[in-house]
Design a protein around this ligand. Structure first.
Ligand code: AMP
Length: 282
């Protein structure tokens, strides 16, 4: 497995694959600190594009706010490379910040109307950073498939809109949320949790399950579902809710009642760690 450091090397790799008459390329964008959730994306990509999977590892500074965890975000490059190779990655793209944002960089991608919803409301500028870096990655790698996790469902909505608007040509493939056996959604930030916080964090997946079971029982009203989720959060006083939202997954705007494909999403602070979770209503 090769490690590429520059956009030009990535472009060259893509061109070579094309010249050799192979199928399209699959791209799996990540910020590293890879876990079983990321592994599931790489595996899914390798299943459909064996031998043509690029995994990017880049802790993207523009998606972090000034007081967020950019500096302390876990960086585990050697272990990430081993995991990616095991799961079927063909190349790793691990550029420097200067490579992705050349001196004087002034071009950003704003997805109006979606960028300030859900996590974008709590983390101003976050989705602008995400959309910008993913646009750069898609532009450089020119994949026909790009793999993302449902774990970041609002991010998926923003990127689907961006890909459609900019006619980027990559199909976005969304993979299911991978969870610990007790329900906690895997996240690179889970390593920040103390053992007490690790238990408190289960309130997110409990709220999700409560809503899923109400929906399974026929409940559709947003007010009822949100209230039920709020009462689950009320059981865990140490956890500070950030948002609970029932929204259209395309527009990220609130809906009055849940329909198949509606996104139910939560975000909460467990100590100093912000966690997110969601479910798509069936
Ligand atoms: P990140 O490195 O956190 O930017 O995540 C890279 C990709 O992995 C994103 O598309 C995430 O949605 C996805 N991902 C993160 N955690 C999980 C998970 N628990 N299950 C499935 N996909 C995930």
């Amino acid at each position: 497995m090769e490690i590429l450091r520059t956009v030009e090397e990535l472009r060259q790799w893509t061109r070579t694959q094309r010249c050799e008459g192979r199928d399209g390329i699959a791209l799996v964008p990540t910020m590293g600190a890879l876990h079983a959730g990321h592994a599931s994306l790489i595996r899914a990509a390798a299943e459909v594009r064996p031998g043509h999977v690029a995994v990017s590892i880049f802790v993207n500074p523009t998606q972090f706010g000034p007081n967020e965890d950019f500096a302390k975000y876990p960086r585990t490059f050697a272990a990430d490379c081993a995991l990616a190779e095991r799961e079927g990655a063909t190349v790793i793209f691990a550029p420097s910040v200067e490579e992705m944002y050349p001196a004087g960089a002034a071009t950003f991608v704003d997805v109006d109307g979606l960028s300030d919803r859900l996590d974008g409301a709590s983390r101003p500028g976050h989705f602008r950073g995400v959309a910008t870096v993913v646009a750069k990655l898609l532009n450089a790698a020119e994949p026909d498939l790009a793999f993302f996790g449902q774990k970041d469902a609002a991010q998926v909505a923003v990127l689907r809109r961006m890909v459609a608007d900019l006619r980027l040509g990559a199909k976005i493939v969304v993979c299911p949320i991978v969870r610990e056996s007790d329900g906690l959604a895997l996240s690179s930030r889970n390593v920040y949790l103390s053992s007490a916080e690790r238990k408190q964090a289960l309130v997110l997946s409990r709220a999700i399950r409560r809503v899923e079971s109400l929906v399974a029982g026929g409940e559709r009203l947003s007010a009822v579902l949100m209230e039920a989720a709020c009462s689950v959060f009320a059981e865990e006083l140490e956890v500070r809710m950030d948002y609970i939202e029932l929204v259209d997954w395309g527009t990220l705007w609130p809906v009055l009642s849940a329909a198949p494909g509606t996104l139910f999403a939560v975000a909460a602070w467990v100590g100093k760690t912000r966690l997110i979770d969601n479910t798509i209503i069936c």
